[in-house]
Every structure is written in C-alpha cells, then in structure tokens.
Design a protein around this ligand. Structure first.
Ligand code: FUC
Length: 766
C-alpha cells in the first residue's frame, strides 16, 4: 500500500470556482428529429422546475401541452384511519399463524387509508398555433439542445425559413416561445388555448392576451394560465377566444400558469394575481434578455458534469433512428446523451421551492395518468433522486427534502392511528396532500419503510456535502423521528427471537408478511445513520445506544437453499421469479450493507438472486439493474442493461418507457452510468473510499468525465484510454482524508480544503 502526502507532490491544482469549470460540452448534446411528433412521447419536454411544456413541432398545426406542478385532484386531506391500531396485534398474530389471507382481509377492512386511494396529478392546458401559409415544406428539423435547454423547430415553407424557439425559464417563471421568419412580414398565425378540464374557460383580454381559468373539481384547486402575445411588425388582434398575428416579422409568446395551492394544507391562493404579476414582470423584457437570464440560471448547473464516452457516425442520425439501431451497433454518444438528458430532466422538473419530480417528472397530459403520476416511494421517487448528489445537482434534491419534512408531519398521525407508535411513517405512496397511510390494497399497500428509505437521501446529502447545518436542522430531526417509529414498531419474531418488521411486504410481491428482508436492510441503515448523525452532532447518547442495540437484534440477511439472498424470513424464494422489483437487493444499491469486498458471501448470494431475476423488467427495473451490476463491479453486464433500456424501454423523445412513460428509468439510468464510473459508498478505517472506474465496460474504450461528486466532499474528473485509467483529478472541498482505489491498487490521500490532487494510472502523482 502506498501512502503519499500529496500536498508535497502536487500543490498546483487549486480548486477552480465552479463558474470557471462551466465549459460548453465538446460533443453536441442535441436530441433531433426530421418530422413533427405524432404522439406525446415523441414531443420534446422543457421545464423550469415548476412549469413543464411538451412541444410537438407540428407544421401548420403546432401544439404545446403544458403543466404546472401543483395542479392535482382533491383538496387538503388527512388519510389516516383512526382506530386502525386496535387491529394491529391481530393482524400480526394471523401472519405469525400462517393465515395470510385472513390477515390481508382484516387489514383491508380495518387498516387502510381513508379514502383508500390518493389523488392524481393533472394536465393544465394546451396551446395551439395555426399557420395557414406553411405549405411546400422542406428542411424540417426539430431539436432539443441540452446545453441550452432550448427546443427549436425550423423548416422552409414556400421559400421562407421559419423557426420557433421554446424554453422554460426559472428566473422569469414562464415558458417563452419565439416565432420568427427570415423574411419580413411573413409571420402569420392564430393562437388558441384549451384545457382538458371541463370547468375551464378561455377568453381574450386586450389585443394580445389569452386567459384560461378553471377548477379541477368543486372545492378543489383553482388554476389560471395567461398567454401574452407580442409581435414585432405587423399587428395582433383578438377574437373571443383566439389571438391572431398578421404580417409580423416575429412574435414573442410568454406563458404563465399558477394554481391556488399554497401548501399541502392550504389552497386559498389567487392564481389570477399570481399570473398577472408574472406577466407584468416580463412585459418589458425581450427574447434575448429572457434567454440570457435563462442560460445564466441553467448552464452553471448543467455544465458541471461533462461526459465523453466516444462517438461513432451514428451521431449524424436523428435520435429516433439511433434508438432503433442501438441494440445492433455501438453508439456510445447516445449513452452520453441519455446520461445528460437525465440531468437535464432533473433540472427541468425539480428546483428549490417546487414539487419534487413525480412519476412523470412534471410532464403529464392525462386526467387519469398511470398510477396517478404520484410519488411512489417503494422505488420510484427515490430512483428519481439517485443521481442528484453524484451528478452534481445537489440543490435539485431540495424539493424532495421539503416533501420528506411534510410527510414527517402527516406521517406522525399515521404512526399514531395505525401503530400507536411515536415518530412518523410513510407507506408506499404519497400525493400533493402528503398522504402517508397504506393505500390501494393490504397485500402491497402496507409497507412501512417509505419514510425510512427517504431518510437515506437526507443522510447521503450530508455525506456528499458535509453540510452540518443541514444535518442538524433538517436531516437529523426527521431521521430521528423515523428511527423512533421503528423502535416502537419492530417486534420479536417468536421463532428466532430476532426483531422483525411487520405487517409489511417485499414491494409488490408475496403479499402481507412478517419480516421482509428489504425492511430490515432499510431499518438497519436508518438506525446506523441516525446513530452516526447523533454522534457527529454530539446529541442523544441514550437514544443512540438504543438504536445500536436494537440494530444488532434485527433479523440478518440470510442465504437460502439456492445460494440466493432470501427475500423473506423463510427460505421460500422461487428461482423462476423474474419480478421487476428486486427489493431484497436494496442493501447492494442504494444501500451499502452488502458489497463485494465487505461481505463477499452475501454479495455472491445477492448476485445469484439478481441472476434468477434475469435481465428483463420495466424501464425502472432495468435502470436499477444497471446500478446493481455496477456495484457488483461488472461493467459489461451493467452496460448490457443500459443498452437494453435504450433499445427496449425508451420512447423516441428519450423518455423512459415502463411502459407507459415513467421518468424514474431516465434518472436511474443516469445514476447507473455515474455508478459505473465512480463509487464512494465504502469506508476503510473510517476513511472514505473513492473507487475510480469500478465498472468500466469494454464498450467504453476511451473517454472522460468531469465534475462527478463523491461522498466526503470530493469532486472527481477522470480520463481513460484503451480501457485503462489515464488520469484522475480529485478536488477536496472539505479536506477529508480518503483512500483512492483503482484496479486493485490503492493509495491514501490526505487532502486540504479547496485543493486538487492529480493521479496517474498507477495512482502516483501525475
Ligand atoms: C409500482 C411498480 C410499478 C410502477 C408503479 C408506479 O407499483 O411496481 O411497476 O412503477 O409503482
């Protein structure tokens, strides 16, 4: 083992301010198409964290479908089932007695959320543009430039070059759309607005403004959208429900949208005044100014990470064509595009102050979206945020932390009513009203570790950033209460004497049980992390002792008769079971209890379980498998999953196909690519281990990545050639020591805050 005092060897690399690191990407990060979208999953998404748009790029009929992230069915509501806890002992006893059906029936009658279903995220409206003179069209191109977060449609019609540029800007809170032509007075079109909500009304105000008003349901969320039209040259007139632009040189459309939702408990806001003030504040700003503010907001985030996996001639093809070929011909740049598209989508759907990315991010055109486009927390919501820290978008996780804070409040009532327990609990879904009780059906809705899993994100945020204030004020209080719940909830298994979780289930299989493996893995990490947080903060010694003691008594991971990791307490796994959920492998990823070096036997068993599950699965399931194989340090298998996800679970606009569209697979795929390049979940003698290129597939022969984050406050740049590390740069924000590993070699690094350390392929100073 080598040990370098690197400060002596490489004093030259000082940490650059992140704005200086924001270089434009080397390869064009553009999704593009040669024809308009026919279907919604071909349209191009834009978003500013709160407003989302899907643009189809039609020629004589253009369509922009849009969303605002607080438009939901229902109204403020508490979902707990008062008195449910009276039935808890009996449900447990029935399960201990092997009477699963009776237990599920009793739970279905007495233990479920009131009402049994949660509410649904809603579409907001649609804008249509009609261009009567756009005939004889050629040179059509529709694109999304990820580096600028601008969607452009361009073509020639009757010899005039037209273009439409659309972006969603966070600084100005609007969607901005510019329609232009290369010849004067050639911009002629009619604008209409609609909404799928029956209650909605559209009218014009003044010459150039369309207003859409509505209410999702009686007593529910009210909403308004305003579209302001300004033309340069020509004139703008209004009819009762449309705005007409004639003989203009160009036109600028800005769209604001707001609802009456102030918080999950309060829907007394005024959407009209919210929209009015937004429209007023942009009234004097031209397109260039709005665009400059948008780029100044977006690019410093997006450009933090640059990835190059190499490229082939496939980059010359439209994106949908590349997807069709990806299973036959290598297209590493498409994988880069997919990685960066995941980062783009997180920036577009999750910014501080807004809602976290739901099952569809914030893009939804259906009144009854799949699974209500809620936050499903038995995998999906967490997967949405796996990339946030490692892919250098830490602040995009803030809306998730807000949701956790709110569920910790509502979850206290559920903990009381259902389990007579202290602390808070969240079952497998939540909605805008922060429902936390078990929904839908007792055989899968009663799953108690949703809140505990979310707490993992709080702890990880601390590990990556070292932010002690965050740990003290936000993370620890919520983690502590989540842990408190389990100190009351866990029961002794009469057979083994171990502490077990139940009633619960191994997400979505096997029905209601006592003691699913996943719960134990999650609770062990929660107890361990909470105890560590308390010790960092120097608080709660007694509570920490309880957690440590109980943690040791929780039923351990077990290897079953097929050499598999048992999914349940009993050895009942079916090796032919290829279910999409691989919940008992939680401890491999995102947990870190099981690892190739730390626990080789359990790791081999987990690997065997994954082999039994097979390579199939839904979009998110494939994305999870990329991460599992990366943690098993098997880059080629991880890469196989990635290619299969692209070939079989990706819509033409690169949205993940469960199917139907679900955004988790996009985010999980991005996280998986990062996990193949860099891992930092292990510690050795109390020091963070940073493993470089742990699962580099043979397909990525040459490449580089910059700006990935590792736990312990490190930022890492890597380059490799012929499948071997060429150079690594490690910037240390916090000055923590670490151990760097690569291909069986390791070196200890003492670091100083703000310094960068360069290593060569032998891990010597470069
Ligand atoms: C769970 C999963 C489904 C889907 C849904 C949102 O029910 O099993 O595959 O992801 O959540």
């Amino acid at each position: 083992m080598k040990h370098f005092g690197f400060l002596i060897f490489c004093p030259l690399f000082l940490l650059l301010p992140s704005c200086l690191l924001a270089f434009p990407p080397t390869a064009p990060l553009i999704l593009w198409y040669e024809h308009p979208a026919q279907k919604w999953v071909e349209a191009i998404p834009v978003g500013n964290g709160r407003l989302g748009g899907m643009v189809f790029g039609g020629i004589s009929n253009e369509h922009l479908q849009f969303n605002e992230d607080t438009l939901w069915t229902g109204q403020p509501h508490e979902y707990q089932h008062e008195g449910a806890s009276k039935h808890l002992p009996q449900i447990r006893q029935l399960l201990f007695d092997g009477k699963q059906k009776e237990a599920e029936d009793l739970a279905m009658r007495e233990f479920m959320s009131v009402p049994i279903r949660q509410n649904a995220y809603q579409p907001f409206g649609d804008v249509y543009l009609f261009f009567p003179d756009h005939t004889n069209v050629n040179h059509y191109r529709r694109e999304l430039d990820l580096d600028r977060a601008v969607a452009t449609v361009s073509y020639q019609a009757n010899g005039v070059q037209y273009s439409r540029e659309l972006f969603a800007t966070r600084p100005d809170h609007v969607l901005v759309w510019k329609i232009s032509a290369d010849k004067p007075a050639k911009v002629n079109f009619t604008i209409r607005m609609e909404s799928p909500h029956k209650s909605s009304r559209v009218f014009t105000q003044g010459e150039g403004q369309l207003v859409l008003n509505g209410q999702v349901e009686e007593g529910g969320v009210r909403f308004q959208s305003r579209l302001k039209v300004q033309a340069s040259g020509g004139h703008v007139t209004a009819s009762a429900d449309s705005v007409i632009v004639e003989k203009a040189d160009s036109a600028l459309l800005v769209l604001a949208a707001a609802t009456s939702l102030k918080t999950y408990k309060d829907i007394t806001g005024e959407p009209a005044s919210r929209c009015e003030s937004v429209i007023k504040s942009v009234a004097k700003k031209d397109f260039e100014r709005l665009l400059a503010a948008h780029l100044a907001d977006y690019q410093p985030l997006f450009r933090r990470v640059q990835l190059d996996l190499g490229q082939t001639d496939a980059t010359k093809l439209p994106t949908d064509e590349r997807l069709k070929r990806v299973s036959q011909e290598p297209d590493p740049q498409l994988e880069t595009l997919y990685f960066q598209f995941g980062r783009y989508l997180l920036i577009a759907s999750s910014r501080p102050g807004g809602q976290p990315a739901n099952l569809q991010g914030l893009w939804n055109d259906q009144l009854k979206p799949p699974w209500d486009s809620k936050w499903t927390v038995n995998i999906n919501t967490e997967m949405n945020y796996w990339q946030a820290e490692v892919c250098n978008l830490s602040e995009c996780a803030e809306p998730l932390f807000d949701l956790i804070d709110e569920c910790a409040i509502t979850g206290r009532k559920t903990a009381q009513a259902h389990y007579a327990a202290r602390g808070w609990v969240l079952h497998h879904n939540t909605d805008i009203w922060r429902g936390t009780a078990p929904i839908n059906a007792s055989n899968h809705g009663i799953w108690v570790t949703g809140g505990a899993w979310l707490c993992h994100h709080l702890w990880e945020h601390y590990l990556f950033t070292g932010d002690k204030e965050f740990l003290k004020r936000r993370a620890y209080p919520v983690m502590k209460e989540a842990a408190l719940f389990f100190t009351d909830f866990l029961v002794k298994d009469p057979r083994t004497g171990k502490l077990i979780s139940g009633p619960s289930n191994s997400p979505e299989e096997g029905g209601l049980v006592m003691g699913p493996t996943m719960d134990h893995q999650i609770v062990r990490e929660l107890f361990g992390n909470t105890a560590e947080a308390a010790s960092v903060l120097g608080v709660d010694k007694e509570f920490t002792a309880t957690l440590t003691q109980m943690r040791a008594e929780i039923a351990p991971n077990k290897i079953g008769r097929y050499g598999q990791l048992q999914e349940w307490l009993e050895d009942v796994d079916d090796p032919k079971n290829t279910h999409r959920h691989c919940s008992h492998l939680w401890a491999v990823y995102p947990g870190s209890e099981i690892s190739p070096r730390g626990t080789p036997d359990l790791c081999a068993a987990a690997r065997q379980s994954l082999i039994f599950r097979g390579d199939g699965g839904t979009g998110w399931s494939k994305a999870w498998k990329i991460n599992f194989w990366a943690r098993f340090l098997e880059g080629d298998h991880a890469h196989k999953m990635l290619v299969e996800a692209l070939a079989g679970n990706t819509f033409p606009n690169l949205f993940d196909a469960h199917p139907p569209f679900q955004i988790d697979g996009n985010f999980g795929g991005t996280a998986g690519i990062a996990e193949m390049l860099l891992q930092s979940h292990e510690q050795e003698v109390g020091r963070r281990v940073i493993e470089l290129l742990p699962a580099l597939p043979t397909a990525w022969t040459n490449g580089s990545v910059t700006g990935l984050h590792a736990r312990g406050g490190f930022e890492v740049d890597l380059s490799w050639e012929a499948g071997k590390l060429k150079q690594a740069k490690i910037r240390s924000a916090l000055g923590h020591p670490c151990q760097i590993r690569y291909a069986g070699k390791m070196v200890w690094l003492s670091t100083r805050p703000g310094k960068t350390y360069s290593l060569d392929s032998g891990l010597g100073p470069a």
